[in-house]
Design a protein around this ligand. Structure first.
Ligand code: MEV
Length: 451
């Protein structure tokens, strides 16, 4: 593709024309495809374009609903945005299964968000630490114009420390800040506070006559929130007597199922290759809720995977083998009782950001009964756990492909441009057969030939 200058300054139509030219699309197929996905209401379309830059169109993803989620005694229908077939079906199936077995029991353990001001300092860190303790309260006071609204809502800065990081990197220090941001994810609030804090701290150091001229040259490198929030933690579990685990018509007994699910969870706790896939399944559920509610799934994923690698105190390797990436769920089968649980750091918001700009994110929150951030953390984690349970249950019994390919059948039929009649006939054909792309194509061809 050709390089281009000033692309962002072009109008949307000019951008489309440039793309079309660059692709050698003489008949204008590309612009008409892209414009066919524009929202018919111009204002709404404009609002979507303004979320990002150089927007040419909208990229659709399915918005679905997984009903029957019983969480802490309350029933939810959970909106999920995901393109992968069988995820919403699996979540719904697991929700229904646990609805009849006490549901999901969730609690938020902590809700602390984190930010850091990273700096370089050529002097004794002990002297800087002593100076920081002297100016600490005035720094907090000077940040009041930025923090007072959040304080009125019950949040604000809950911790401020200077960390000596010179052992890790010469001259490196950090202001480590903890926040409570109530129902907001709080990224903008945190970053504004950190940038101001960095500037004010540097001003105070530069004005301090006790420091040498070299020491006064403190260099603030950056102030930014950390997406690693191990102290913004939700815990969720499902449990039942082992004998209740097997479904009435299932070939596998509750005892056998419990044993096999536990083995699968334990394998993910010792083998990183399996752990990544195990956790990917959990995030199939979590991300779909995070997306539907207009939250930041990249932040949630990055944090979840860091947690899977760094763990909590009790996860740290006892035998000195170093850090290991692990599955995020745990399974206990004891005294005839089965428990599957998940501890996940999740930083979510139900006010501000896209949650109030995207009409479907707003609707998702409405469907969920306008939860606060903590309630949303419990819902998203429950869907993650449901997804893990559903995936493991299939994996250790029938295998994942049977259900997955059944759901994928429709995608294959759409790819092969089957009409409604053909879809119904081919779906009926595959009710008790294994779905593969070539078998579906063969069956469709046979159907077309005898029509
Ligand atoms: C597929 O998207 C997710 C699974 O691979 C998860 C797992 O293996 O646990 C089925």
């Amino acid at each position: 593709m050709d390089s281009v200058k000033g692309f962002s300054k072009l109008s949307k139509e000019e951008k489309l024309a440039w793309l079309s030219r660059s692709l050698g699309d003489g008949s204008g197929t590309v612009p008409s495809l892209l414009s066919s996905f524009w929202h018919p209401d111009e204002n709404r379309q404009k609002a979507f374009e303004d979320f990002s830059e150089n927007t040419l169109s909208n990229f659709f993803l399915p918005f679905g609903l997984a009903p029957n989620f019983l969480i802490n005694g309350k029933t939810y229908a959970v909106p999920m945005v995901i393109e992968e077939s069988s995820v919403v079906a699996a979540a719904s199936k697991a929700a229904k299964f646990w609805l009849e077995r006490g549901g999901f029991k969730a609690r938020v353990l902590k809700s602390t968000k984190v930010g850091q001001v990273h700096f370089l300092w050529q002097g004794s860190m002990d002297r800087l630490l002593a100076f920081f303790e002297r100016v600490r309260s005035s720094l907090l006071e000077e940040l009041k114009p930025l923090t007072k609204r959040m304080e009125r809502r019950g949040g604000g800065i809950t911790g401020l420390r200077l960390l000596d990081k010179t052992q890790e990197l010469p001259g490196y220090g950090q202001l480590f800040v903890e926040f409570e941001t109530c129902d907001a994810m709080g990224a903008n609030f945190i970053n504004s506070v950190l940038e101001s804090l960095g500037r004010r701290f540097a001003e105070k150091v530069r004005a301090c006559e006790g420091f040498s001229s070299k020491e006064r040259q403190i260099e603030i490198i950056m102030g930014i929130l950390s997406n690693y929030t191990p102290d913004c933690l939700v815990s969720v579990k499902v449990d039942c007597p082992v004998s209740d685990l097997g479904a009435p018509k299932s070939e596998t007994s509750g005892e056998e199922l419990a044993k096999r699910i536990k083995a699968a969870v334990d394998i993910a706790r010792v083998d990183p290759h399996r752990a990544v896939t195990h956790n990917k399944g959990i995030f199939n559920g979590v991300d779909a809720v995070v997306m539907a509610t207009g939250n930041d799934f990249r932040a949630v994923e990055a944090c979840g995977h860091a947690h899977a690698a760094l763990g909590t105190g009790e996860d740290q390797d006892q035998e000195g083998e170093g850090m290991r990436y692990r599955g995020l769920t745990r399974c206990v089968v004891e005294g005839g009782h089965f428990t599957l649980s998940l501890d996940l750091p999740l930083s979510l918001g139900t006010v501000g950001g896209l949650t109030s700009l995207h009409p479907l994110a707003e609707l998702s929150l409405e469907i969920l009964g306008r939860p606060g951030a903590k309630e949303l953390m419990m819902i998203a984690a429950s869907v993650g756990l449901a997804q893990n349970f559903a995936a493991l249950k299939s994996l250790v019994t029938t295998g994942i492909q049977r259900g997955h390919m059944k759901m994928h059948l429709l995608n294959i039929l759409n790819m092969l441009e089957a009409d409604d009649f053909e879809k119904e006939r081919v779906k009926a054909h595959f009710v008790d057969r294994v779905v593969t792309f070539s078998e579906v194509r063969r069956s469709l061809k046979a159907l077309r030939e005898c029509q």
